[in-house]
Design a protein around this ligand. Structure first.
Ligand SMILES: CC(C)(COP(=O)(O)OP(=O)(O)OC[C@H]1O[C@@H](n2cnc3c(N)ncnc32)[C@H](O)[C@@H]1OP(=O)(O)O)[C@@H](O)C(=O)NCCC(=O)NCCS
Length: 150
């Protein structure tokens, strides 16, 4: 069973390692460009939740920002070797359980990122918009929202 913990700047290297491995192996567009500096700023200035295995290794993480009434998911990443084992589903469920009644979650996803889209739909996120040509490869961004009371 994974344990969930708040991430801090001390997790930067593990977050980068997971993301670098994904950039080399993941077959779908992740969307956005993530540098070490950007990851470091997200961990330092905003929020992160991580799933850790029995040996204390980070297996999946979610970076998000808070604003009144809303949380925006900035990045999700699961260690490539453990894809499709339910890690991200349980991590997002944990984030959902932490929402207050009047808080919603939203995110943008590359329209070609089919595994991520399937994940959001399976969790009850609703498609609310599209930004054509949003990413540098010309791909559209799809906007998804999750409302606790919907
Ligand atoms: C998208 C991502 C985070 C999913 O993480 P994961 O831990 O493998 O997902 P889970 O095992 O929790 O899967 C939960 C559900 O998502 C969907 N899903 C996940 N991977 C899928 C795939 N390759 N194909 C189709 N559906 C998929 C399924 O509905 C799955 O449920 P099921 O296995 O019972 O059918 C992972 O593929 C990843 O790290 N991708 C690269 C980074 C990225 O694209 N992030 C999102 C944009 S920020």
């Amino acid at each position: 069973m994974p344990s969930f913990k708040t991430l801090t700047s001390s997790h930067l290297e593990e977050c980068i390692a997971i993301l670098t491995d994904l950039e080399n192996h993941y077959e779908h567009p992740i969307g956005g460009s993530w540098t070490k500096l950007k990851l470091m700023e997200e961990l330092r200035d905003h929020y992160g939740l991580g799933a850790f295995d029995d040996e204390g290794r980070l297996t999946a993480y979610c970076l998000y920002r808070k604003a009144p009434g809303t949380r925006e998911i900035m990045l999700l990443a699961t260690r490539f070797q453990t894809h499709r084992s339910g890690a991200m589903r349980s991590l997002i469920r944990s984030l959902i359980e932490d929402l207050s009644e009047n808080e919603q979650l939203w995110l943008e996803v590359h329209a070609g990122n089919l595994p991520a889209i399937a994940l959001y739909e399976s969790l009850g996120f609703k498609l609310t918009g599209e930004r054509k040509g949003y990413y540098s490869d010309g791909g559209a961004a799809l906007l998804f929202e999750y409302k606790p009371l919907q």
